[in-house]
Design a protein around this ligand. Structure first.
Ligand SMILES: [Cu+2]
Length: 125
């Protein structure tokens, strides 16, 4: 192997490592667990250029509240829409807007901004 080939292999290895780290890191960051106490669970979603975390895992059968912490001033994210639940909340009225999530059955409940550009989901399991 010539020097050029060795360098090419090294660069490829570094790139592969970086891509792996990026995806794993992202994945971890994107999922949030709800905190549970007594017979209630809640989770906070920060709204700032998107939803963080964008996936929230809830436990089935425990009443759940999602607190949307509004830190974005663009019109795009001003509303949060849960199509399945018939919820369309204006997040600009309060700093934190609470949405109650039914947890009577397992499944995924999607939510999005008012223009359907940013997405998140609640997974009940
Ligand atoms: Cu939008």
């Amino acid at each position: 192997m010539g020097t050029t080939q060795i360098i090419a292999v090294l660069v490829a290895a570094v790139l592969a490592g970086f891509i792996g780290w990026w995806f794993l890191g992202k994945h971890e960051e994107a999922t949030g667990m709800a905190t549970r106490n007594n017979n209630e669970q809640s989770a906070t979603v920060v709204v700032k250029g998107g939803y963080s975390p964008s996936t929230i895992v809830l436990k089935k059968g425990v009443p759940a509240k999602l607190n949307f912490d509004m830190q974005d001033s663009t019109a795009c994210l001003s509303h949060v829409v849960f199509d399945k639940l018939g919820v369309n909340e204006d997040l600009t009225k309060r700093d934190v807007t609470t949405v109650e999530i039914p947890t009577d059955k397992t499944g995924t409940i999607d939510f999005a901004c008012g223009m359907n550009m940013f997405h998140g989901k609640v997974v009940v399991k």
